[in-house]
Design a protein around this ligand. Structure first.
Ligand SMILES: Cc1ncc(C[n+]2csc(CCOP(=O)(O)OP(=O)(O)O)c2C)c(N)n1
Ligand SMILES: [Mg+2]
Length: 547
């Protein structure tokens, strides 16, 4: 006989999960023991919010849903931000919490709040486990988390149920099978719509592809890249989909999302295109400029995972299902055209490189500053290295300048755009991907938000490299405040000795104020037994006019 906690552990293990992240309270101890007995390692963090991002980092590495564990009351409330992030950023996250037994709720109030009600607007579902159907509850949570567009599912486990014996659920022995309750790959049906779409592809002289997060969720990166290459169609991606086509490919126009300077170039191309093909594109990552960015009469084909109910834009024809299969079906019987005869996409590509110098092999003319930092790290990090980046001015510059050579090569919060994600994302990813160098870029305020997790890094002995952009300011917000003509208020702050903090917490810390020092700091840092923090003094007010 297994108890409820063990059943939950076994089902999660079968779904590929190998780690759970969080902070315990008395109410989840039996649950944690059940996870451990099932082969799932518990990783203690300093904040539930960071635990959730570590779980997400692990998901980007192995594809298994992340697991976040929190105790009732304050544990759950501390997790709200990362659960909202998983919801907006389409991350399959199983959020396990303890709760008081139903009988208790009538007469006991200490730390008791309605978890499900609290999480309602930021989860795909919240399931309270009931006696006799523990296996169903957890399998259903997995199915919902992975279905359509992935997202967070909350599972509340009453304290006394956790240790209660359950009829042993049948769990097949094979290890890595991910439970996917998805419909089998669906292709556009034959018919008038498909014929119209094929004709448009035949006639397209200026076609353009825009790819988004669902290409990654459906694992159809190769199909999209192949389609782009075979038909010579330039590709714009969201920040999440950067690297679907290696960004040194001449067809790759880089990521779009937060930079008005990049948007100016890319949206012009969108307006000039006579066939826009959307591949797994979810505009939740985009700013207002991407609301209805094409003319009413434009030909727009949309291949999407779920129906377009966001109304951020409209498409002429929508094909819902497997994006890769959709593109394969579309191209049947259509041969490649010669396209963009005046070379507009190449012009945009080189214009973007001159706006954001330091992209790829080109050098920045900046001797020292944020672009120089990004430049040095990109050229030092091996091609298979993975970067994470936090929210702030540094991120907008980096997302444009950083060349990605594979999907999930740059991890960030692009829909909720929350601060405090880069360091824990890097930890979770590196924990799983022991062979890949991982670097986290973070602003000084973002770093101060998650300093405690340096102690987690110390305990895990991971060689994550952290690059802190030190400007003693919430640079992005300060810039907006100044541009709005508002007086300076609540955006600047005092100096922190980041290297000293890093050393005190068991890492290597260095101040860096030029390219050579940065290269020296990076030397050997990816092979250490601990983390390295390189605090880059970039000066104040350095982002004006840069993005
Ligand atoms: C949790 C959270 N709080 C506030 C914000 C709003 N915000 C966006 S960027 C930013 C400034 C971040 O400062 P820093 O980490 O130093 O990065 P910088 O802009 O200086 O590069 C703030 C406060 C946010 N995105 N997330
Ligand atoms: Mg800053």
């Amino acid at each position: 006989m297994a108890n409820s906690a063990e059943i939950i552990g076994k089902r999660l293990y079968r779904a590929g999960c190998r780690r759970a992240f969080g902070i315990p309270g008395g109410e989840v101890l039996v649950l944690m023991d059940g996870l451990r007995k099932s082969g799932i390692e518990f990783v203690l963090t300093k904040h539930e919010n960071c635990a959730g991002f570590m779980a997400e980092g692990g998901f980007h590495s192995d594809g298994a849903p992340g697991i976040l564990v929190a105790t009732l009351g304050p544990g759950v409330t501390n997790a709200v931000n990362v659960v909202a992030n998983a919801f907006q950023d389409r991350v399959p996250l199983i959020f396990l919490s303890g709760c008081v037994d139903d009988l208790e709720t009538l007469t006991y109030t200490h730390q008791v709040l309605d978890h499900s009600e609290l999480l309602k607007s930021i989860t795909k579902a919240s399931i309270k486990v009931v006696d006799g159907a523990v296996d169903i509850a957890i399998d259903k949570a997995l199915a919902i988390a992975l279905d359509g567009q992935p997202g967070p599912v909350h599972v509340d486990l009453p304290i006394s149920l956790a240790g209660k014996s359950q009829p042993t659920a049948d769990v097949p022995a094979e290890g890595n099978m991910i439970v996917r309750n998805m419909p089998s790959q669906s292709t556009p049906a034959d018919g008038a719509d498909l014929e119209t779409a094929r004709n448009w592809l035949r006639e397209a002289k200026r076609p353009l592809l825009i790819a988004g997060v669902d290409v990654l969720n459906q694992h159809v990166e190769n199909a999209v890249a192949e389609f782009a290459r075979d038909f010579r169609i330039p590709l714009i991606t969201t920040y999440k989909a950067k690297g679907v086509l290696p960004e040194d490919d001449p067809l790759a126009l880089g990521g779009a999302g937060l930079s008005p300077l990049a948007d100016e170039q890319l949206l012009q191309l969108v307006r000039e295109s006579n066939l826009i093909i959307l591949a797994g594109y979810d505009p939740i990552e985009m700013r207002v400029g991407w609301r209805n960015p094409w003319d009413e009469g434009a030909r727009v084909l949309e291949f999407c995972a779920v129906p377009n109910t966001h109304y951020m834009h409209r498409a002429s024809l929508s094909f819902i299902g497997d994006v890769g299969e959709g593109l394969k079906t579309l191209r049947k019987g259509v041969s490649a055209n010669s396209v963009w005869k005046n070379g507009e996409p190449e012009k945009v590509r080189s214009e973007l490189k001159s706006i954001f110098p330091g992209t790829g092999t080109s050098d920045t003319n900046e001797v020292w500053g944020p672009a120089a930092v990004i430049d040095v790290v990109r050229k030092t990090l091996p091609r298979n290295g993975v970067a994470t980046v936090d929210s702030g001015a540094h991120r907008i510059l980096l997302s444009q300048q950083w060349e990605c050579y594979e999907a999930r090569g740059l991890l960030q919060s692009t829909a909720l755009c929350t601060m405090g994600c880069a360091v824990p994302l890097a930890i979770g990813f590196r924990l799983n991907s022991t062979e890949r160098p991982v670097v986290a870029f973070v602003g000084d305020a973002g770093m101060e938000m998650v300093l405690g997790e340096l102690a987690t890094l110390r305990d895990l002995k991971l060689p994550v490299v952290i690059i802190v952009f030190v400007d003693e300011s919430l640079a992005l917000i300060e810039l907006k405040q100044r541009n709005s003509g508002l007086p300076n208020l609540g955006v600047d702050f005092g100096a922190t000795d980041f290297p000293a903090v890093a050393e005190a917490l068991g890492g290597i810390g260095r101040w860096v104020s030029n390219r050579d020092e940065l290269r020296e700091g990076l030397d050997g840092a990816f092979e250490r037994e601990t983390f390295s923090l390189l605090a880059c003094k970039i000066g104040e007010r350095v982002y004006d006019g840069r993005f």
